[in-house]
Design a protein around this ligand. Structure first.
Ligand code: FMN
Length: 432
């Protein structure tokens, strides 16, 4: 396989120490990543620490555990508020921002905190962007001050608002040359790793070999070594983005084929995984990382509440939901109305609405919340008004029951794998 000239990614395979860490360790500890210039990467971290001492956000922890588990980028969902909640429940999950258009970052450069600021607690955190190539480079440079841990390019969104513009979303999968150029431009403007999130295909461009051609070209002609694969294709005409997340069938065998055929790359599986057992099953089958979207949003307590213990082998935070809400209230009231009338009580409370998923009192709490949105002007008063609906037992228990999972989801995956990919160098050297 041809290699991208002038780029090297040294990945530490050293075990971290505990048993669980010794198991199929593939991701580097962030602090140990060497990307071309170790000295400048150290300087980058140092400048982030300085930012913190100036009172801005942007602290970079020295070391994080690898992204064995991540919460997907989800527009209007994985905003600052949701990520604040998620971090109170799981210390180690990697959190992605919703996609932020590079154009927004470039045009709002005097107003960047509104789009890019986050609490240092949210590390490890990945910024997802999309946009025109010149703006991607500029946006990445502007985002450096915020010390994200990785920059990710959205090559998977089927929304006509996004994909229809040619330089965004899943239609990029038809143009690996552009993606390689875009990723090179992004990487040239940051010291943190870069990654691509994509589907397994688009419309009838959906064979395993076509997916491999995309991965081969992007990884060979740019510094991209980490791919997040939403394991269903996208249909560009006729169905909505929501339908595009359900109708095209999942083909996990393509994902596991990539693991076999690109052993030097790192792959995170995404799509339709909804429980901790499934996350562990995906990792046992070889996935380097597992990304959950809707399940982590729709049931944060039961999903994120298990990540630290069941996936990372680390202690649980031990917080009860009452304690989580108390901390969240301090956050919520401190940001309420920070940008004129935004964020509103409703904006801040939105991610909490799933916190009592399937718990006693959940229905009543939601009805009370509906009424409280009209009358409450602070998060504190919102909680006073609504939390009476939830029994103390629910609020004060830190125990988390995992939702039943499909631990055998990947049991037969080896028998389904597509035939091995053979690089057709002479045909697919699109980028040479
Ligand atoms: C409301 C919503 C918004 C989304 N926005 C984005 C986005 O901004 N960028 C992106 O790459 N994917 C986006 N996605 C797709 C998810 O990241 C994920 O790939 C998809 O939901 C499949 O994972 P899941 O089955 O675990 O939910 C979005 C999904 C949802 C439900």
């Amino acid at each position: 396989m041809m290699k991208f000239a002038g780029y090297s990614l040294g990945v530490s395979f050293a075990p971290i120490g505990s048993n669980v860490f010794a198991k199929s360790f593939r991701f580097p500890i962030v602090g140990s990543i060497y990307r071309g210039n170790l000295r400048s990467s150290r300087l980058f971290s140092a400048s982030c620490w300085r930012e913190q001492s100036n009172g801005k956000n942007g602290v970079v922890a020295k070391q994080y555990l690898p992204p064995w588990f991540s919460v997907a980028p989800m527009m209007d969902w994985t905003d600052n508020h949701y990520r604040t909640l998620a971090r109170l429940i799981s210390k180690h999950a990697w959190l992605y921002t919703e996609m932020i258009a590079a154009e927004t970052i470039v045009h709002q450069k005097d107003n960047l905190d509104r789009f890019l600021a986050y609490s240092p607690d949210q590390h490890p955190i990945v910024l997802q962007i999309g946009g025109y190539i010149e703006n991607l480079a500029k946006a990445t440079e502007l985002a450096n001050a915020y010390c994200y841990d990785e920059i990710n390019l959205n090559c998977g969104c089927p929304s006509p608002r996004v994909a229809g513009h040619g330089c965004f979303g899943v239609s990029l999968m038809l143009d690996p040359k552009f993606v390689a150029e875009a990723m090179s431009a992004i990487a040239a403007n940051t010291n943190v790793p870069v990654s691509v999130k994509c589907r397994i295909g688009v419309d009838d461009h959906d064979s395993y070999d076509q997916l491999c051609d995309f991965i081969y070209n992007v990884s060979s002609f740019s510094p991209t070594k980490h791919f997040i694969i939403h394991s269903r294709k996208a249909l560009l005409n006729g169905i909505s983005p929501a339908e595009n997340r359900n109708i095209p069938p999942l083909k996990y065998e393509y994902f596991y084929g990539l693991l076999r055929d690109f052993p030097d790359l790192t792959f995170t599986i995404n799509g339709g995984i909804s429980g901790i057992d499934e996350v562990n099953a995906a990792r046992e089958a070889g996935a380097h990382g597992v990304m959950l979207g809707r399940a982590a949003y729709n049931n944060p307590w039961h999903i994120l509440g298990h990540v630290d213990t069941a996936i990372y082998g680390a202690p649980r935070s031990g917080l009860t939901r009452r304690q989580v809400l108390k901390k969240y209230q301090v956050y919520g009231d401190s940001v309420l109305g920070k940008y004129g009338h935004k964020p509103t009580v409703r904006d801040i409370v939105k991610p909490l609405l799933n916190l009592f998923h399937s718990a006693p009192g959940n229905g009543l709490w939601k009805r009370k919340a509906d009424a409280a949105f009209r009358s409450c002007t602070t998060i504190e008063s919102f909680f006073e008004e609504t939390l009476v609906a939830i029994p103390d037992l629910v609020l004060d228990s830190s125990a988390v029951e995992p939702p039943p999972g499909r631990g055998d989801l990947f049991a037969n995956i080896d028998s389904l794998l597509p035939p091995p990919y053979r690089t057709r160098e002479e045909e697919i050297v699109l980028c040479a």
